[in-house]
Design a protein around this ligand. Sequence first.
Ligand SMILES: [Fe+2]
Length: 262
Amino acid sequence: MANNAIGRVPAHHAGKQRVPDMIPDGVHVLSLPSIRSLTAVDVNAAASEILDMSKDRFYHVKSPFEQKWAVHHDGIYDLPPAVEKAMQFLEGPVFEAHAKNANVPSLAPDGDRYYGGVFRYRTQGRLQAHVDAGLRPYAEGKSRWRKHWTALMYLGKGSGDLQFWRGDKCTADNPKLYEGIGFVRPSEPKVVLFENNDYAWHGSAPNWSHWDRLVLTVSYLSNEVDAFDNKREREFFVPYPDEEWDAYTYAARDLRAKCLDK
Ligand SMILES: [Fe+2]
């Protein structure tokens, strides 16, 4: 691709890659009936609240790798009531029902919501394939924590599949993706959970609908710092199998992976 200038969102990858219509092993999906059986969270109210939040509550993340609006981190404990209830649903019942049995005794919801997020992906909003951060950045006086599991909740009607990919180990030299292994369609409320291991490649295709794709994220941390080799403190992006990056895009990727500013 010739025009992957830094700061410009590439127009490629309009969801063209064929990814099988299945959910990969190890990925847990709760659809609306399961959500309703676990909680009284009003997903429609939460979606409306996110759409009604003032623009200054968000910052625009726009890079060659992502195009989204994220609630400022210092406002992550000051959410509208139904959104807060949905976050607590991920931190409580979803964790209890699905992640607690992961054979990781220290696994617990991220009490600081360091990785907690509320996101709006407007039309064309996208997130390049990546593996999430492996370790929580070191904080003075605190032990290190592994970002061991990732939980997402889709609330809106927006499109742009959450795609999972088979690829090299994320710590390999210049890791590559090979093929899509499954996807989750976000256009109706769902919860998705997966282990953030060294092969947990995922990304979101562009939202080509007029609805915003609304996403909440919560992480479950453990003290098993060495459970996986991924010691990066931010997500690490890679090209799709049919995509070529120029040297500037790789440099931007590497810089992004080292920069801890949120
Ligand atoms: Fe991710």
